[in-house]
Design a protein around this ligand. Structure first.
Ligand code: PMP
Ligand code: GLU
Length: 397
């Protein structure tokens, strides 16, 4: 009876909900294969853990500057310069409690009722809800599998209205793993510059790119584009640090200052210890990243090849992130022991109930007819999980 309209309208994150369900089944002793949540199965590298331990031992356990410590901001500035060719000052960087928090702060800072935000679908589950939490309207642009699930400049232009305030670009993408080329980004950036639309560039999967493809941050296209872009990134995916909760944003000082003010009235600084560990992640040796990427690549090739061998399933080979996004429309409309499987959600429920494989239905990402499987889990589990999917699909009539 006390709930606000805002609270009533919000859906819990489906990816986190599926993970919670899979973990609850595991706790009951049920052998579940988890392809649900997008979280590296690797442990945080030792040098990073040591930096966190040292921070505790040295008493680095007090309040810090709201927008992040200077040493972490400097490490982020250096990273953006080295990896992306982008130059920022400390006042243009804010560290938050995960990239999700960075995105939330951006939404609270720039959006209000009446604003529209263009989001290409398939999209990461939290984008529309974060936009809605800021009372703005998500405008979903459906992309096509034929086009690698990437929004074209033309599709973007068609969705723009006088109310459009921002667009979210996520390359490599969660859930499709698609990577935008420089040329594709240039087309989108040109329209954004022309119409003065803020670009929110979620670069969190930038390190997870395969087959020699090159990640380009849209902000690096030109000074004009950089001025209109707020870059979001973090340590969760590249450094296997999901639980440490450190993400960051880089952009115009005016926006970053306002985000910092909002953060000062909500969470205050991100955890001091996690900031020390994240500084080490960015400035320390990077070989752990390379070896994780190599292993993700091996699993990617195996999982996608196996999925393509299952009758009724086709799967594009993703260039980045750690998700396979197979098309399962060939299976919808069939029966499993007399039960009709009509949607991707029915399919995901069936796989969890019958063969104990947790994965996320495409509908959670605004793409009916698909499933998302995370391959951030061991090769052994991938083999077993795909065997089970194959078995369940073989029983469909
Ligand atoms: N953006 C995308 C596309 C993601 O998949 C995730 C994963 N949780 C995030 C942002 C947020 O990551 P985190 O809050 O762990 O930094
Ligand atoms: N981004 C990951 C996923 O999509 C983690 C879960 C979440 O934050 O929603 O599975």
């Amino acid at each position: 009876m006390f709930l606000s309209q805002r609270a009533k309208a919000i859906k819990p994150s489906p990816t986190l909900a599926i993970d919670a369900k899979a973990k609850a089944l595991k706790a009951q002793g049920i052998d579940v294969i988890g392809f649900g949540v997008g979280e590296p199965d690797f442990d945080t590298p030792q040098n990073i853990k040591d930096a966190g331990i040292k921070a505790i031992e040295m008493g680095f356990t007090k309040y810090c500057p709201v927008g992040g410590t200077d040493d972490l901001k400097d490490a982020i500035i250096e990273k953006l310069k080295q990896d992306n060719g982008l130059s920022y000052e400390r006042g243009e960087i804010i560290v938050s409690c995960g990239a999700k928090h960075s995105l939330y702060n951006i939404a609270m800072t720039v959006l209000e009722k009446g604003n529209e935000v263009i989001i290409p679908a398939p999209y990461w589950v939290s984008y529309p809800d974060i936009v809605a939490l800021a009372d703005a309207k998500p405008v979903i642009v459906n992309t096509s599998e034929k086009n690698g699930f990437k929004m074209t400049a033309e599709e973007f232009r068609k969705a723009i209205t006088p109310e459009t305030k921002a667009v979210i670009i996520n390359s490599p993408s969660n859930p499709t793993g698609s990577l935008y080329s420089r040329k594709e980004l240039e087309g989108i950036a040109e329209a954004a510059v022309e119409k003065k639309i803020l670009i929110i560039s979620d670069d969190i999967y930038e390190k997870l790119v395969y087959e020699g493809f090159k990640f380009i941050s849209i902000a690096s296209i030109s000074k004009e584009v950089k001025d209109l872009t707020i870059v979001v990134n973090g340590v969760s995916k590249a450094y296997a640090m999901t639980g440490w909760r450190i993400g960051y944003a880089a952009g115009a000082k005016e926006i970053v200052t306002a985000m910092t003010n909002i953060q000062s009235q909500s969470t205050s600084n991100p955890t001091s210890i996690a900031m020390k560990a994240s500084t080490e992640a960015l400035v320390g040796p990077q070989d752990a990243v390379a070896s994780m990427v190599k292993e993700f690549d091996r699993r990617r090739v195996y999982m996608v090849d196996r999925l393509n061998k299952i009758k009724g399933i086709t799967c594009m080979r993703p260039n980045g992130a750690f998700y396979a996004f197979p098309n399962v429309t060939g299976l919808l409309g069939k029966n499993f022991n007399g039960k009709l499987i009509e949607t991707s959600s029915d399919m995901a429920t069936l796989l969890l109930d019958e063969v104990k494989v947790a994965l996320v239905p495409g509908s959670a990402f605004g793409a009916e007819g698909f499933l998302r499987l995370s391959y951030a889990t061991s090769m052994e589990k991938i083999k077993e999980g795909i065997d089970r999917v194959e078995k369940a699909v073989g029983m469909l009539k």
